[in-house]
Design a protein around this ligand. Structure first.
Ligand code: SF4
Ligand code: SF4
Length: 179
């Protein structure tokens, strides 16, 4: 099968550099407010900081794919003497926790790399992180033609319609596309 070039945009997290200042949450939520920059409710942010200040734990987590059901894994990780719950690393908007859900509609949130704005050098959260805990990288990879299609987005929309109904999904798409 023919290979095609795919542009991969990625943000790498260096949790050791994060001091929990939450500037990334602030700018992301303001950017995604309606109208833009009219409020800064962190519940609207596509990046959330898992914070346990007494144990010096600050872990940035990006909103990823929506999942219709919760998983069964509940392990613990110990990294550099700090204990993390398995859910701490999970990027999904899932029914078992109140994270990555649009506060007005309850619809799941996903990081969109701030792409409905004019082209910018870096995503806003990366720009606002003064500690360089978030590192932006753009690279090109050769992939099978079929893998270059946005199949995961389509699957995500289908499961959203299953859960919330077509009309509610169409309403939120109409609302967000006006921003
Ligand atoms: S802006 Fe950077 S240092 Fe501050 S909470 Fe976010 S990732 Fe951590
Ligand atoms: S890249 Fe943009 S949309 Fe994604 S978390 Fe950062 S500020 Fe929010």
């Amino acid at each position: 099968m023919a290979k095609v070039k795919k542009t991969i945009k990625a943000i790498t997290i260096n949790a050791d550099k994060c001091n929990g200042c939450r500037a990334c949450e602030l700018i992301c939520s303001a950017f995604h407010a309606t109208p833009k920059y009219s409020s800064n409710n962190p519940a609207r942010s596509r990046i959330r900081i898992v914070r346990e200040p007494l144990r010096d734990i600050y872990l940035p987590v990006y909103a990823g794919e929506y999942t219709a059901s919760e998983c069964t894994g509940r392990g613990k990780y110990i990294i550099d003497g700090k204990e993390y719950d398995e859910c701490d690393f999970c990027r999904a908007s899932c029914p078992s926790r109140n994270l990555f859900k649009e506060p007005d509609s309850g619809l799941p949130l996903k990081c969109d790399m701030c792409e409905d704005d004019p082209p910018r050098e870096k995503p806003l959260c990366v720009e606002w992180c003064l500690n360089e805990a978030l590192i932006y990288e753009v690279r090109e990879e050769l992939v099978e033609e079929a893998d270059a299609a946005p199949a995961d987005v389509e699957i995500g929309v289908e499961s959203l319609i299953d859960k919330f109904g077509l009309q509610q999904v169409l309403d939120i798409i109409a609302r967000t596309s006006k921003r």
